[in-house]
Design a protein. Sequence first.
Length: 179
Amino acid sequence: MRSIGQPLGSVSDLVALLARGSGVRDEPELDGLAHALQCAALLRTEHPDDGELAVAGLVHDIADIAYPDDHTDHDRRGAELVGPLLGARVARLVGAHVIAKRYLVTTDPAYRGLLSVRSVETLVAQGDALADADLEALAADPDLDAILELRRADERAKDPTARVPGLDTWQSTLESLAR
């Protein structure tokens, strides 16, 4: 078993870490694993030809599971955890999901109203709306659509009554992406 903080060495390590999310709160009424599975299921359904995007949805908050008492830079730390195993694009999508929230708050006046109470709290800590330079940089990203899809799914994946496929259904997809 790997130590917390080290990049994930295998799909087994990743699945074991994700499973620990059942004991970590994402929202007051939702644990981290349920949130991850919902987000991934939404993306898999809406973008069936983009397995990397769906997997990014599954692992986007992996750092919150690895470090349940420290939400600081969870996007960057999550990208560092999964990048060596799942590749550069998955890591980049994971690493961009916070700035994507800030981007949407800046560019879509209605988006802030869609955020959960917890997302609003973290938005303030993350810097709120984007400054022009950061806004332009993200707008120029060739994968902007996928980054924003991940962010939107992240916000919608907070239904405590949702029924989605379990972690075991992701094994083959994770193995196919693993390096």
